[in-house]
Write a protein that binds this ligand. Sequence first.
Ligand code: SAH
Length: 250
Amino acid sequence: MKGKVYLVGAGPGDYKLITLKGLEAIREADVIVYDRLINEELLKEAKKNCEMVYVGKKSNQHTMKQEDINTLLVKEAREGKIVTRLKGGDPYVFGRGGEEGIVLYSNNIEFEVVPGITSSIGGLCYAGIPITHRDHASSFHVFTGHLKNDDEELEWDSMVKLNGTLVFLMGMSNLEKIVSRLIEYGKDPNTPVAIINWATTPNQYTITERLDQIYQLAQEKNIKPPSLIVIGDVVKCREQLNFFENKTLS
Ligand code: SAH
């Protein structure tokens, strides 16, 4: 029997936010290789004898190195297994899905990629923030707040000229720097910002503040990863569109 790998986006947290194709890949799998940010409820959908391999990592302590994950996917597929590689959000949005796919291709392993709802859009939605809105933002831009090398800089200069919504993933450890660079390069200190922690889960928690005060508030409220940082006028829509947190409260 020929093995195959599915690189699957599990969505941002709420387990119902996976695609039908993603769910099928979970049900079909002989092995599931999964990350920290996926909702473990999804694993209950697997076959009884499906093997589960956790390869999650926190930002500074790696449970399994990326090369070892790549090797594992290739090895399991070569043994003729259906391998489902479950990733939070969308596999190609800062998920290293591209790297894994290329390794599979180079090793002649059959694979399919199943897109997922990325936290960078769906997570905002659950906090009542539309990533675009005709009155507030005609584009959106998703950045990593955590570059490969610490001394590398994002393109602040061009970033502050954008009129669209700015979203940072993996940005919490650099929040102070992100905020001060944006202001330094000319972003209005009054720009609304939201930080959404554990978006789309029952623990979802959101704070909003002006750009020049958000860091202090995040410190006070002790907001940790995983969080989304959203900068732009669309944050104002939250007053009217916050269906999820209002529901949770009631
Ligand atoms: N592929 C994922 C992103 C992986 S990078 C996606 O498309 O969503 C991991 C970062 O995503 C985290 O550090 C955090 O910034 C963000 N993130 C993912 N899920 C999140 C969630 N439920 N709540 C808040 N942030 C989340």
